[in-house]
Design a protein around this ligand. Structure first.
Ligand SMILES: [Zn+2]
Length: 327
């Protein structure tokens, strides 16, 4: 192959790689994959209560991306079986920007969220409370479930948990201001967008859809992983992503040539991306299983059956433990 043909060939391979790769990670398909993994791990009680919120044919996948749509919408958007108004004021709910190289990353979470809870961690927490509050309206529950489903996915994108403070004191907005370019004169991007949308090799993309990717990732999750991952707090989840950003993503960017995207970058980051999506799905299910606890069932106590020496109440509540782990 002569030089000119080789260059054209290389450009076509890279163009295919990056156009296909837009489908994955934390773009629309990535959020659907997280929802699909969670859907398959819901307890019967959670499934029943989610069906009451989304309709009997509803599922987490169909509401997984609505939170991104309403950030930029100019008019009402359709989300599963319900409609949402534009909500540009919710843009800060999608991340918690912990400054990299922070002396006290956990302590930095509080200041990143601010007193009004304008961050992913606080918003997931408050929307879970809406879901567990029996006085919440159907509309409040629909919005709360929609936000929790999406924001738990965002909480597992490392650049939604970290930012770099620039010499002038401003933030690089989670890598949004870190310019990058693709090899062989490809289009410009930035570090954050790369992690949002551009992590998937063309060699696999042709066979993939959200269901098959979710199934592949689901097959890699051991029972033991699921138990351990489900014990993480929301802050733990954010700090995991922060550490990936601090120890790998930002140092790689600042290394010589780190602002040029190559296919080896994908090879290097792919295992991290896969595990973040797996953890997000497992943890979303665990959060919902814990939130949608079984409704207490009243049953007669043994005292009714004649055990005279026992001072038991005549009716006891029988609570069937939720499948989700303690949080
Ligand atoms: Zn988002």
């Amino acid at each position: 192959m002569n030089m000119r043909r080789r260059m054209v060939f290389s450009f076509l391979i890279l163009a295919l790689f990056f156009s296909q790769s837009k489908l994955w990670a934390w773009g629309p398909v990535g959020h659907e994959v997280v929802a699909l993994i969670a859907d398959s791990r819901l307890s019967p009680d959670a499934k029943n209560q989610i069906a009451a919120i989304l309709g009997s044919n509803g599922n987490l996948e169909e509401i997984a991306n609505c939170a991104d749509w309403i950030k930029h919408a100019k008019q009402d958007v359709s989300c599963g079986n319900f409609t949402l108004p534009p909500m540009p004021e919710t843009a800060s709910w999608h991340f918690v920007d912990i400054p990299i190289n922070s002396q006290d990353p956990s302590g930095a979470i509080a200041s990143a969220c601010g007193p009004d809870g304008q961050c992913s961690i606080d918003q997931i927490e408050s929307h879970l409370q809406i879901l567990s509050d029996s006085s919440s309206s159907l509309e409040q529950r629909q919005q709360a479930l929609m936000f929790v489903t999406h924001l738990v996915g965002d909480l597992h994108q490392p650049l939604h948990n970290a930012t770099e403070i620039l010499p002038d004191g401003t933030s690089d907005r989670g890598g949004n201001l870190k310019k990058m370019s693709f090899e062989s004169g490809g289009k410009a991007t930035n570090l954050h967008a790369l992690w949002d949308d551009l992590i998937e090799p063309a060699s696999e993309a042709k066979d993939m859809d959200p269901e098959s990717l979710a199934q592949t990732l689901e097959g890699e999750i051991s029972d033991q992983d699921a138990v351990i991952w489900s014990q993480a707090s929301l802050a733990d989840m954010a700090l995991e992503g922060y550490e990936i950003a601090q120890n790998q993503i930002y140092p790689d960017y600042h290394a010589p040539g780190g602002d040029v995207v190559t296919s080896s970058y994908e090879d290097q980051m792919r295992p991290i991306v896969d595990e973040r999506l797996e953890k997000a799905g497992v943890r979303l299910a665990a959060l919902l299983n814990k939130t949608f606890k079984p409704i207490p069932v009243l049953v007669p106590s043994p005292s009714i059956l004649g055990s005279a020496n026992q001072k038991l109440p005549k009716i006891e509540k029988l609570l069937i433990p939720a499948l989700g782990r303690a949080w």
